[in-house]
Design a binder for this molecule. Structure first.
Ligand code: HEC
Length: 237
């Protein structure tokens, strides 16, 4: 019996290695390694480039807060074009975005979103051409600044001072709207930080407002307030 085993083993190995040979049946490699995305980017308002957050090219599954794959983008010069290629994007992804993510890589906001098309899956190539990314997009201000306010300002049944800072409502509730606490000022005055009561409130200089807003917790207070100021300066009058 033992002799038989010793005899059979080398033959089995020989057979196995013969089946394994790629020469006889070439392996189709096109299905491995995922999709590739090519994109060119120009950035607007680069003075508001985040430092406590990161700008990334990323691929996501629908509704996921964390990307399957991402590539960090370092601070760019206004108007320069950056060419990027991302390979190995998993098949499971539906979205390619330019996103701002926080330190733990959770998505804060998408500044550009592309849904992967069936034809792109077929070609295994997503070509997005040149995309202009505005770092002062209102969506970013909502996600980075006003998301810290909605607990009291309209996220629940109550909106403090009747002020709704929730998504889709905050712009109309702020821009050129007179303060209910100090009638000679508007909450956000386009182009004029000094006339914007919201900054008095957040910096603790609004005597008539009873809640001390310097207690509001931000992910990154300096950066978020600076973003708000730059946004106000750049709203069209
Ligand atoms: C913990 C609750 C709370 C949070 C969080 C909060 N606020 Fe307020 N806010 C209030 C209250 C309460 C008032 C009204 C105070 C009063 O009646 O004197 C107020 C008033 C204001 C006013 C004055 C409105 C007016 O008509 O003059 C502004 C502007 C404002 N908040 C902006 C913000 C912004 C922006 C944030 C987020 C960055 C924020 N608040 C976060 C509770 C909050």
């Amino acid at each position: 019996m033992r002799y038989l085993q010793i005899l059979i083993l080398p033959f089995t190995l020989l057979l196995l290695s013969a089946c394994d040979s790629g020469d006889i049946y070439p392996v189709d490699k096109s299905n491995s390694g995922g999709l590739t995305c090519k994109i060119a980017l120009t950035f607007k308002h680069t003075s508001t480039w985040p430092s406590d957050y990161h700008v990334v090219l990323a691929a996501y599954q629908n509704d996921s807060e964390y990307s399957e794959i991402s590539k960090g983008i370092s601070r760019q010069v206004e108007g320069d074009t950056l060419h990027l290629t991302m390979t190995d994007i998993p098949e499971s992804c539906q979205l390619v975005t330019i996103a701002i993510v926080n330190k733990s890589k959770r998505n804060v906001v998408n500044l550009m979103t592309h849904t992967i098309q069936p034809s792109e899956r077929n070609d295994r190539l997503i070509e997005l051409g040149t995309q202009d990314i505005d770092l002062l997009a209102y969506e970013r201000v909502q996600a980075q600044v006003f998301s810290n306010c909605t607990n009291c300002h309209g996220g629940s049944a109550h909106a403090a001072a009747g002020l709704f800072l929730t998504e889709g409502k905050s712009y109309d509730a702020l821009v050129n709207v007179p303060s209910t606490k100090q009638s000679d000022k508007v909450l956000v005055a386009p182009g004029m930080t000094s006339n914007s009561f919201i900054l008095d409130v957040l910096e603790g200089n609004a005597e008539n407002v009873r809640y001390n807003h310097t207690n509001v917790s931000f992910n990154s207070e300096t950066e978020d307030l600076n973003l708000l100021k730059e946004w106000i300066k750049n709203i069209d009058k």
